[in-house]
Design a binder for this molecule. Sequence first.
Ligand SMILES: Cc1cc2nc3c(=O)[nH]c(=O)nc-3n(C[C@H](O)[C@H](O)[C@H](O)COP(=O)(O)OP(=O)(O)OC[C@H]3O[C@@H](n4cnc5c(N)ncnc54)[C@H](O)[C@@H]3O)c2cc1C
Length: 389
Amino acid sequence: MNKIVILGGGFAGVEAAIKLKSYGHEVTLISDRDYLFVYPVSIWVPTRKKTFDQVKINLAHLQKKHKFDVIVDKVEKINTDDRIIQLTHAEVSYDYLIIAMGMHKLKATGMEYTHSICGQPEEAIEIRDELDKIVEKREGRIAIGFGGNPADTSATAVRGGPAFELLFNFSHYLKSKGLRDKVELTFFAPMKEPGRKMGEKPYKKMDVFFNHYKINKKIGTPIKEFKENAVVFTDGSKLESDLTIFIAAGAGHKVILDSGLPVNEAGFIKINELCRVQGYKNIYAIGDIAELSGPMWAAKQGHIAEVMADVASYNLHNEISGIGKRKSYWEKLHIVCLMDSGDGGAFIMRNHKKDLIIPLPILGHWMKKAWGFYYKNTKLKRIPRFPWM
Ligand SMILES: Cc1cc2nc3c(=O)[nH]c(=O)nc-3n(C[C@H](O)[C@H](O)[C@H](O)COP(=O)(O)OP(=O)(O)OC[C@H]3O[C@@H](n4cnc5c(N)ncnc54)[C@H](O)[C@@H]3O)c2cc1C
């Protein structure tokens, strides 16, 4: 039987493992973490609505339910000539490879003075502890923002949603502690129109949220560096801050940059519409690690990672089985987001034809919570999955 190896145990890798196993293949998933981290609900760790453990799904539990093999080890090198993956503690061979190791982050000067909700999972705990200190002091300044990657012309490496969600959640949390007027909250970003990718209507509506949650804005000026208690901009201005949360734009994964696989200027793996790596018949790349081509508004999201996993698994299965049909991820591209604010939220949608935002006071928050429950429990087969998701 053909040996399929999947690198990465996040949204994309786990979905591909589940799908390929359901087609009856031999599948080995390799991850440097022994859990899948459900990033979209990790925004609630700092405000103590979720514990760190509640945001994890143990790979051993997924393995037991879906019967794929799991190796917890770090991928050091991909040798495509000999079809061998070099891990820290072993070597694994493959016939077919699916690469799903997410993205690395662009470095900025002084980043050690910042925290990120989109980096290593444990950083969510560090942010929680820093927020606790401000709550204890009963005053402070918090700056939350995101950056771009100049080499990424389509801006698919920008991750803005979690910054907005943290700002609104922090505002709501501080209000519940009677501290909303004592703690300053400021959003910063170098672009003139941060969040524009969501579409015209959602972008315009963001000001309503910023006003409602009393959030200051410092946008449109490039960031020079971060200092211990400040964000410094290229025009010399400074944003003083006791807690700086900065979501750096995505960049290529180090292992990929060293592998000889084709990458675009920003370092993301070049694939075709089948999710197959350009120039390789037996290698697919899915999720954040891959270049998203298509409309300029396309964005790297968890559910797009799952769409790509579905497409790659289907195409790989048909390739092995000698079936002619193929699927393309291009026509399935869209943005769907439940933006949470701690006490409500908004449903944001964009596709080839339209964009929309529906504010959902109270309900939005419970819908995102319900999604978290659904995601975890369908993966563990505790509840059935909607056929369209
Ligand atoms: C805070 C936050 C909130 C978000 N909210 C939303 C949302 O509301 N909706 C939405 O659709 N998307 C959201 N996203 C985006 C979504 O989480 C990502 O698009 C998704 O996680 C991408 O999945 P992936 O499998 O490609 O990468 P990841 O989930 O990053 O998984 C990568 C996997 O590869 C493993 N790995 C990496 N390097 C190695 C190595 N060298 N060796 C072995 N294993 C390795 C990692 O351990 C991990 O298991 C959010 C992201 C963040 C950070």
